[in-house]
Ligand binder design. Structure first.
Ligand code: SF4
Ligand code: FES
Length: 292
């Protein structure tokens, strides 16, 4: 040991000995508290890393020069049982990047606003359990739609197609407003159209459809399903049913469907879309049969 170092240590020892014992005890306590806090922090970090789920989120913002090139951002979100993909993106936005943009509202599979392309499939983020997916969980906007920003797509074309089939009840028999009464439906007829009425306009089916992807004019599975709901409703008159079938029989209606079932597979409300389209095809054929 060099003479200089020995001298410094002797001076420190002398200084420590000179401190009142109460002060020394306080310092020891502080050091222990510091160690404990560091250990808690390290444990929390280790626990976070062990339980964290990695999500890869598509990013694109046409209004910011540096973000015009599409990319994926990685986020690690702490996992808790029962957590959905929507919970994960909300966590990422609230804790890491407030500019992360996506739509959501009801958080219970009712409003249809958070349909994303999750691990290669159209799904509602609020209905999809994070724990059921393989990591890293890849979250993208719905394919075949124009991306507005990050996970938000332009739904205008989808809504146009939905409105093209006149998606509202029409009846000649509607009474005057002065004598309004229930428009009763038979139990059997209600059963028949029950599933078609579950549509929440999420657009997942349209996004999954190869035909719709290649033909912008095709009405698409959701709009045809909506038309099915009314065409099969016994309370609308024959003449109106004819009018509805005319809309569906046109070149870009039911005959464009190639029975690929992708719409039925992704529909979060389990609507048998392909089956409904097939039934409307049969109705259209019957409608055109003429007997002499
Ligand atoms: S039919 Fe199903 S997938 Fe298509 S818009 Fe309606 S709820 Fe969504
Ligand atoms: S937030 Fe409404 S359907 Fe998911």
């Amino acid at each position: 040991m060099s003479t200089q170092k020995a001298k410094v240590e002797t001076e420190e020892e002398a200084e420590t000995e000179q401190k009142p014992s109460a002060e020394r005890r306080l310092e020891k306590k502080r050091a222990k508290a510091r160690d404990r806090a560091e250990k808690v922090q390290a444990d929390e970090k280790a626990e976070f890393e062990e339980n964290a789920v990695q999500i890869k989120v598509f990013r694109y913002d046409p209004e910011v020069a540096a973000k015009q090139e599409p990319r994926f951002d990685d986020f690690h979100v702490p996992y808790e049982k029962g957590m959905t993909v929507l919970d994960a993106v909300i966590y990422a936005r609230d804790h890491y990047d407030s500019s992360l943009t996506f739509r959501h509202s009801c958080r219970q599979a009712v409003c249809g606003s958070d349909a994303f392309f999750i691990n290669g499939r159209q799904r509602l983020a609020c209905k999809t359990q994070l724990g059921d997916l393989e990591e890293p969980v890849r979250i993208e906007p719905l394919p075949h739609q124009d991306v507005v920003k990050d996970l938000v797509v332009d739904m205008d074309h989808f809504y146009d197609q939905m409105h093209a089939v006149e998606p509202y009840f029409q009846s000649e028999d509607t009474p005057d407003s002065s004598e309004l009464e229930e428009q009763r439906q038979t139990r059997e007829n209600r059963e028949k159209i029950k599933m078609s009425s579950r549509c929440i306009w999420c657009g997942a089916c349209m996004s999954s459809c190869n035909i719709a992807a290649g033909d912008n004019e095709y009405l698409g599975p959701a709009a045809i399903n909506k038309a099915y709901k009314f065409a099969m409703d016994d309370r609308e008159e024959e003449e109106l049913k004819q009018h509805r079938l005319n809309i569906l029989e046109q070149e870009n209606g039911v005959w464009r469907c190639q029975t690929q079932f992708s719409c039925t597979e992704v529909c979060p409300k389990d609507i048998p879309l392909t089956e409904h389209i097939q039934e409307l095809k049969r109705e259209a054929v019957k409608n055109n049969l003429k007997f002499w």
